[in-house]
Design a protein around this ligand. Structure first.
Ligand SMILES: Cc1cc2nc3c(=O)[nH]c(=O)nc-3n(C[C@H](O)[C@H](O)[C@H](O)COP(=O)(O)O)c2cc1C
Length: 316
């Protein structure tokens, strides 16, 4: 099996997950420049907005980067695929929908494809459809989650055993110990969201970052179960009220209440009374706001140190 870092042409096996409409070129460039793989999130943005972001990112980095296309979330999928080809985007990550019709078009244009999945069944299907890499995302993760609710610890080794392409672990990883754990389960790298929110370069409200710093191990909640759209968010006035009342909302009202505008109000404006802040359960482990470079280098060093400590333990 080819190595993940060789497929992606990156130095460290650490990938930034797409983040709806809120992750921007500056954050993605910082991550790619630091040796990881930065990602532009397409969310519900228009092709013009995404084109502008790709152009900005290209000015900020010469390194590889990814664009995340959430298939059933964005209504301009055809135009987005054309943009990926026009700008020769090195890597596309496909989530939230059936990737099979899209993968061959991207491959014809030499674009590497990562598919985000939360089940063994979907991982096998994605490999059959031609995916180069599987991102296996457990239920600990921030944002929209699979209704299967399978955790990272259980999901990763099952997907690793079921496919023959590299697997990236996502959900619940924020430090070098998590990276080593992912390796132990058979993954070749990690994708993080929550940890990257609390970095200096992340373009989000300081209230959002501080809420992550102050979160404990049970300050995230799942909203949307009754609507078949599970999403992990930080506890706040808006999200607790959604949780309490979601069953009385119609599907349309609930979709409106959790759309990207409310994401921006929470994450960019820092207003937890009118918007939501996505976060994974790992928030309780995050106590600082490093630069992306400090974070990546620190994770790699901690991973190596932890491996050495385990070696010492085993050799006793
Ligand atoms: C603010 C935010 C927005 C997100 N939006 C998306 C998205 O648009 N598409 C997607 O595939 N994943 C999205 N995710 C999930 C991340 O890409 C990543 O897989 C996840 O955060 C990993 O789990 P962690 O938060 O425990 O690190 C989002 C995560 C965050 C924190």
């Amino acid at each position: 099996m080819k190595k993940l870092i060789e497929i992606l042409h990156i130095e460290y096996p650490i990938i930034q997950g797409g983040m709806g409409n809120i992750s921007n070129a500056k954050l993605a460039a910082a991550i790619s420049n630091a040796g990881g793989l930065g990602t532009i999130g397409v969310g519900t943005l228009t092709p013009d907005e995404v084109e502008h972001m790709i152009q900005e990112l290209r000015k900020l980095t010469k390194k590889p980067f990814a664009v995340n296309l959430p298939i059933n979330v964005n209504s301009y999928m055809k135009e987005m695929i054309s943009l990926m080809i026009k700008f020769n985007v090195p890597v596309v990550s496909l989530s939230a929908g059936n990737p099979a019709p899209i993968i061959p078009i991207l491959h014809e244009n030499n674009i590497k494809v990562m598919v985000v999945t939360a089940s063994v069944h979907h991982a096998i299907k994605a490999e059959k459809a031609g995916a180069n890499i599987i991102v296996a995302e457990g239920f600990e993760a921030a944002g929209i989650n699979s209704p299967y609710e399978t955790t990272t610890m259980t999901l990763i080794p099952q997907i690793v055993d079921a496919v023959t392409i590299p697997v990236i672990a996502a959900g619940g990883i924020a430090d070098g110990r998590g990276l080593l754990a992912a390796f132990s389960l058979g993954a070749q790298g990690v994708q993080m969201g929550t940890r990257f929110v609390a970095t200096k370069e992340a373009p989000f409200s300081s209230d959002y970052k501080n809420k992550i710093l102050n979160a404990n191990d049970h300050n995230t909640i799942i909203i949307g179960r009754s609507k078949g759209q599970t999403r992990r968010v930080l506890e706040g006035d808006y999200t607790l009220s959604l949780l309490k009342n979601e069953e009385v909302y119609t599907t349309e009202q609930y979709a409106e209440a959790t759309n990207e505008n409310h994401h921006i109000i929470g994450a960019i404006d820092g207003n937890e009374k009118k918007g939501f802040m996505n976060s994974g359960q790992i928030a309780g482990l995050i106590h600082d706001i490093p630069t992306v470079k400090e974070l990546l280098e620190g994770m790699m060093a901690e991973c190596r140190k932890t491996l050495k400590n385990i070696g010492n333990l085993l050799n006793r």
